[in-house]
Design a protein around this ligand. Sequence first.
Ligand code: DGY
Length: 322
Amino acid sequence: MSRPAILVARYVLPELLDRLSQHFEVESNQADQLLSPSELIARLQGKRGAFITANEKIDAALLDACPDLRAVCTMAVGYNNIDLAACTARGIAVSNTPDVLTESTADFGFALMMAAARRVTESERFLRAGQWTHWTYGLMNGVDVHGATLGIFGMGRIGQAIARRGALGFGMKVIYHNRSRLSPDIEAPLGARWVDKDTLLREADHLVLVVPYSPAVHHAIGAAELARMKPTATLTNIARGGVVDDAALVDALRAQRIAAAALDVFEGEPKLHPGLLGLPNTVLTPHIASATGATRKAMADLAADNLIAILTGGTPPTVLNP
Ligand code: DGY
């Protein structure tokens, strides 16, 4: 019996390709160039499986053009790039990679929040530019993290891991907003309190966005929301770019309606709103919250586990449409 053909749409470690090759005819994109929608369709012809990342868009048009596809496995926890309903309607299994990236992503989210609050990257740019002449009382004064109120928008696994760092490591008060309240078993050890969105915006000293992207949260943080935040507050986004209206954020930062923002994700990335780059009170990183060697390997391994299980009749560990 011939082995199913798959496409590995982006670079993975060679040993993972070897493992996949034990089960499949593998076409891979080790050069790692971004594939345009038409290139992706062309490469998926005759393929039963697609190993993708958050960059490859899987929509109904692509699925119609690739009728052999039976599995779409992304090495990301977010899957807003995949039309899950269209896959399900065509009998295509979809998987993502939750859990394995939770702690690394939370580390990075916390680091971004601290960098914004304590003006770490702004200070470094100032020093490297030769602007440091002497100590002064007000030089790079920031806002405290310890003991402050941490607001989490989207208290899933990563949100809870950030809350744990804040509550247990930094004595922060944790408030959160989710569609539904978490069980007391989760809230109690963190001292976490569910609040409505308005209270979250008004009370948070440091607001961290970790909500999964869907049209329901498109521009959930826009001009009106930013206006409700404290002028000393920071905003950190490790969710998806579309959650924040970047133009409104640029206006708010420019007018110092909030103190600072730390962003790992952007609307239309890798392009950025041009206003962001010129603002001193921003920390900007290129969508790397889960990027450690160990975590990237765990994500790729889990995506492969799913792909192998789906196409060989096993039980995929983290399928989204069982
Ligand atoms: C994720 O896993 O969703 C990250 O954003 C990486 O793409």
